[in-house]
Design a protein around this ligand. Structure first.
Ligand code: UDP
Ligand code: MG
Length: 314
């Protein structure tokens, strides 16, 4: 029997857990062909989340959990989930039932057809403010423009990943994580499934603008060094201004037969030295960018198949 691990990061979700378990139980009863593991990652909750999970485990041995020493954030909870998952595939799900478990049979269906990464794309999102939807849209746009790693639109973390994707992701051990770009970066056969995103069932969102900013900056800086290039590009107009002004001053001095004036010399010197400084920053930035990329210690590529045999990344 194939085993499916459902990974659920949970941070202060005591109110949502009973509903969640009910829906998951229905799901498991409907999918008797599979063995299930429900893996909670308790991300340093300050409420009764962990007690509730422990109690649930006593009643149902399909439930297991990883308990963090403190709050590390959802991204880290997700990688811990991958590390502890025992299934042949994993499914990431939020604890607040915004990702309907009823979609899981469809995700599994495509997995059985041979897809490695079946991701759920939101058709609609209930219970979210206009501002959140807008900023999230802009974030995807900017990320897409800057990083060149294609990112699936309107896709959260609700997705099914085959074992080999799990093994691939486990090899990307950088600390500032942006799962969304990583899912895409590892490649493999992807399949999109559409769904309507529900409103949170209970409790409050842990999302805020600071978290979005952090996620956005991590997302951009962990996949590209292009912001470091800004300096190099800025030095070009500075040097151009220097050359044009220099020629203008020379021509003026020669044609009107006068000596170079103090303010002209000062402007020339300022342009010259600021040009050099900006350029040097750019050079340092280029090297910094290379060091940055190397210190991440990522494998250079993953093999999909070798002589007709699928690579499992073991
Ligand atoms: N979460 C977590 N650690 C955190 C914040 C959130 O594990 O520091 C979990 C949370 O319990 C939930 C999921 O991540 O299962 C999504 O969080 P939330 O619903 O607050 O975000 P939103 O859906 O509003 O973007
Ligand atoms: Mg939510």
């Amino acid at each position: 029997m194939k085993k499916i691990t459902i990974i659920i990061p949970a941070y202060n979700e005591e109110e949502a857990l009973p509903y969640l378990y009910k829906r998951l139980e229905d799901l498991m009863n409907n999918m008797k062909k599979y063995e299930f593991e429900i893996l909670f990652v308790n991300d340093g909750s300050k409420d009764k989340t962990i007690q509730i999970i422990k109690q649930m485990r006593e009643e149902d041995n399909r439930i297991s959990y990883v308990d963090f020493s403190r709050n590390f954030g959802k991204e880290i909870a997700m990688i811990a989930g991958l590390d502890y998952a025992k299934g042949d595939c994993v499914i990431f799900m939020d604890a607040d039932l915004q990702d309907p478990p009823e979609l899981i049979p469809e995700l599994v269906k495509y997995w059985e057809q041979g897809y490695d990464d079946v991701y759920a794309r939101r058709k609609t999102r209930a219970g979210e403010t206009f501002l959140k939807k807008f900023t999230s849209k802009m974030y995807y746009k900017v990320l897409q423009k800057l990083t060149r790693v294609p990112i699936q639109k309107d896709t959260g973390d609700f997705r099914l990943l085959d074992k080999r994707c799990v093994n691939a992701l486990k090899k990307l051990r950088e600390s500032q994580r942006c799962s969304k770009s990583m899912f895409s970066w590892i490649g493999y056969n992807k399949k999109e499934v559409l769904y309507d995103r529900d409103a949170r069932i209970a409790g409050k969102t842990k999302w805020n603008y600071k978290k979005l900013m952090d996620l956005a900056i991590d997302g951009i800086t962990s996949f590209t060094t292009s912001p470091l290039r800004i300096s190099t590009y800025l030095s070009i107009p500075t040097f151009l201004a220097l050359i044009i002004y220099f020629i203008y001053v020379i021509i003026k001095c020669i044609t009107q037969n006068i000596a170079i004036q103090a303010f002209q010399a000062i402007i020339l010197l300022v342009l010259f030295f600021s040009g050099i400084q900006i350029m040097l920053f750019g050079i340092i930035g280029e090297y910094l960018g290379r060091i940055f990329n190397e210190t991440k210690n990522r494998p250079l590529y993953f093999v999909n198949e070798y002589n007709g045999v699928k690579e499992t990344n073991d």
